[in-house]
Design a protein around this ligand. Structure first.
Ligand code: GDP
Ligand code: MN
Length: 346
């Protein structure tokens, strides 16, 4: 079963959502990439993989976002890489610029501390901006106002497996909010106050906590590889968000809007280096029914240095078997077992 669910309504998804099957008009979704003009080659490579393994069968549109205008070269080359519609969107400055309430001197001092703690990209302002945009702003872009689902694609990622069903239709018909491939621990020094701020938010808004939440997963300490991975109460286990297939209705909910605004005001996107991955993951783990989160075990995927490699003849070129077999330091970063423990999968 390509969906990884042994039985029940998800069974035989590849037949039920195959192209051309009855009632399979495209649903309201886009492939979505934030990307720089300089990353054209990597973007084309990722597009080629996704078009070959999946999108040529469904022709979902691509929507590219950038904080500066796309070059003609970028547009021409990406347009040529797909039969589907392609859109090029500029991010409004009010979605990208450092907010006025961030103290520039405190930001500079904080960056130094992050660098001392070996936090990658800490001194790159655009990286902080990118994480903030991916956390709480991308789905507010006017170009997405009438779009419900997206599949996030980064330059240079790889897709290895033929996927024969419409994953967006799968999400919709099975009432899924969020799909992931890889679950990892994070660098605690990038998010020291993220969980403490979240605890404050939960105290103010107990009504947002879903009765079927995954808070046990967020706070699990049993399976973490080293005690140092824990960040003031948060296990740091997160869905690796360079891959996401998700329903933007969740990000557009009042619960998430209030949560993002709380975090944004707290300043940790700049004074620390909060990533969109832990922010999305914590929100999903608290405010969503954990059974609406789906592991796409059948989508072979790589973003350096991690893989999701299904053991299937549909996959070509993926490191076979386990999560990057033979590279134990990579396996140590994998926290999928924690997730499965809390959603009842083995
Ligand atoms: P990493 O995966 O954490 O190493 O970060 P990346 O460099 O891959 O950045 C994540 C995503 O955001 C990628 O799709 C990048 O192309 C994109 N990105 C990062 N910074 C910028 C930026 O300043 N401008 C634009 N347009 N895209 C960016
Ligand atoms: Mn990346």
């Amino acid at each position: 079963d390509p969906t990884g669910e042994p039985e029940g309504p998800l069974h035989r998804a590849s037949e039920r959502y195959a192209p051309g099957a009855a009632g399979t008009a495209r649903i309201n979704a886009t492939l979505l990439s934030l990307v720089r003009n300089e990353e054209l080659d990597g973007m084309l490579q990722a597009m080629r993989d996704l078009e070959r393994t999946w999108n040529h069968k469904f022709n979902y549109p691509w929507t590219f976002f950038n904080d500066v205008p796309f070059t003609e070269e970028f547009k021409k080359a990406t347009r040529a890489a797909t039969k589907a519609d392609v859109h090029y969107e500029l991010i409004p400055t009010e979605h990208w610029d450092m907010p006025a309430w961030i103290d520039k001197n405190l930001y500079k001092e904080s960056v130094q501390l992050l660098l001392d703690n070996k936090i990658q990209y800490a001194d790159k302002l655009s990286y902080h901006q990118m994480c903030r945009w991916n956390s709480g702003l991308f789905y507010k872009h006017p170009a997405l106002a009438n779009t419900q689902y997206y599949w996030r694609v980064e330059p240079k990622v790889h897709f290895f497996c033929d996927v024969d069903y419409d994953v967006f239709r799968f999400m919709q018909e099975n009432n899924k909010t969020y799909g992931f491939t890889i679950n990892l621990y994070d660098a605690p020094a990038s998010i020291p106050t993220l969980w403490p701020e979240t605890v404050k938010f939960m105290a103010d808004h107990p009504e947002y906590i879903h009765e079927n939440n995954a808070i046990g997963w967020l706070t699990d300490s049993l399976r973490r590889p080293e005690h140092t991975r824990e960040a003031n109460g948060y296990s740091t286990c997160h869905f690796w968000s360079n891959f996401e297939i998700a329903d933007m209705s969740f990000w557009r909910s009042q619960a998430y809007e209030d949560y993002f605004n709380h975090l944004d005001r707290a300043g940790g996107f700049f004074y620390e280096r909060w990533g969109d991955a832990p922010v999305h993951s914590i929100a999903l783990g608290l405010f969503e029914d954990k059974h609406r989160i789906h592991w796409f075990r059948d989508i072979g995927y790589q973003h350096i240095p991690f893989f999701n490699c299904p053991n299937s003849p549909k996959c070509k070129g993926c490191v076979t078997g386990r999560f990057a077999e033979g590279e134990s330091w990579l396996n140590r970063e994998d926290c999928r077992p924690n997730w499965f423990k809390y959603v009842g999968m083995n």
